[in-house]
Design a protein around this ligand. Structure first.
Ligand code: NCD
Length: 360
């Protein structure tokens, strides 16, 4: 049985700590290299643009002493000939020992775990989750603040489409931490994410100028232009929140500013020289954290990961237009243990039959 790394939802405090411990022990190796994964091959399969994530996976595998194969140009792959995703993944299993995959559809990587005989890692699936980003965010907070308990975090920006903040919320809810959400109208944390968090834990509706004086971590995100159906709406909302020198003058001295990057205009360049700006250091921590995750999945280092529960067959179809089931039609309709779509985690529609308890 292969072990995969698909989501933060379902990970416990113990699972998270254990990876942080392994990753913090790999920081030296992340600079100097090792032979731990000698002979292993990572495939990076990115169906969406990426700079940091793909390169930091590649750097991590190189630092582990392994090798990397990838496709850098989607238009040069058989996807353009109509090849289904499952066939592409099955093929990659015979070329590599581990796969890191990014895809614009939600639940795509979990779906492909059903076809992969080697460990597969979710490097971002649409607006759903980005679990390795969250693990490096947590490593950064731990390294800079010394703990995850007692930490107050504010997430700022596009919390609706931002997969990094969904994963971050699931993770922080395991700790004695708080999460305050600051988002433009219409871009707040989705209901299906909040439903999976302890009720009343998340706080919403705060002003950015107030939270900077109260929190330990300001987690800034960009408005996710590519996920808007209406470009007009993006134009209206971009630039709603800007972290600049003036805002930083009101922030706590102990504050750290994080951002998964890329930034567009939500943090001004003058903030980069503020000692509280830690986003480039954060990007470095992606290397030891991805080394740790791959070493565990390859069985080179011991750590527990959550069990992946099997889905249950259903007659229902997921109504999330971004769900992988809308494009890869051969996938069986499945629900998870909460009766949400097995792949994208969103609620399944309530049919008349289920609603009334009668058969048509
Ligand atoms: C993030 C992503 O891809 O979700 N970037 C990253 O992986 N470092 C954030 C973003 O694109 O805004």
């Amino acid at each position: 049985m292969s072990r995969h790394f698909l989501a933060i939802e379902g990970m416990s405090r113990q699972h998270i700590w254990s990876l942080i411990e392994i990753a913090s022990g790999m920081i030296e190796m992340a600079r100097g290299g090792s032979e731990l994964a000698r002979g292993k091959i990572l495939s990076t399969v990115f169906y969406e643009p990426s700079t940091r994530t793909r390169l930091s996976f590649a750097s991590a595998m190189n630092r582990l002493g392994g090798r990397v194969i990838s496709f850098g140009d989607l238009s040069a792959t058989s996807a353009t000939k109509g090849e289904v995703l499952a066939d592409a993944i099955r093929m990659l299993c015979s070329y590599s020992d581990i796969i890191a995959m990014r895809h614009p559809n939600e639940g795509a990587v979990k779906a492909m775990a059903m076809y992969s005989s080697v460990p597969i890692i979710n490097a971002g699936d649409g607006g759903h989750e980005h679990p390795t980003q969250t693990m490096l965010d947590l490593l950064t907070i731990y390294m800079l603040k010394g703990s995850l308990d007692g930490i107050k975090v504010a997430a700022v920006g596009d919390l609706k489409h931002g997969r990094t903040v969904h994963s971050l919320a699931y993770a922080l809810a395991n700790f004695d931490a708080t999460l305050t959400c600051v988002s433009p109208p219409g871009l707040s944390m989705p209901g299906y994410v909040k439903d999976k968090l302890p009720s009343g834990w998340l706080s919403e509706g705060a002003e950015l100028s107030d939270v900077v004086g109260e929190v330990d971590v300001l987690y800034v995100t960009r408005i996710q232009r590519e996920r808007f159906r209406d470009p007009e709406e993006y134009e209206q909302l971009k630039g709603t929140y800007v972290v600049d020198k003036e805002l930083m003058s009101r922030a706590r001295q102990e504050l750290i500013v994080l951002h998964p990057l890329p930034r567009v205009d939500e943090i001004t360049y003058e903030v980069d020289s503020d000692p509280r700006a830690k986003y480039f250091q954060q990007a470095f921590y992606g290397v030891p954290m991805r080394m740790a995750i791959m070493a565990v999945l390859l069985g080179l280092v011991e750590s527990e990961l959550p069990e992946l529960a099997a889905g249950r067959n259903t007659e229902l179809h997921c109504q999330n237009l971004r769900c992988i089931t809308t494009v890869e039609k051969y996938l069986p309709n499945l629900v998870d243990e909460r009766d949400n779509c097995y792949y994208c985690g969103q609620p399944m529609p309530v049919t008349r039959e289920l609603f009334t308890g009668e058969k048509k």
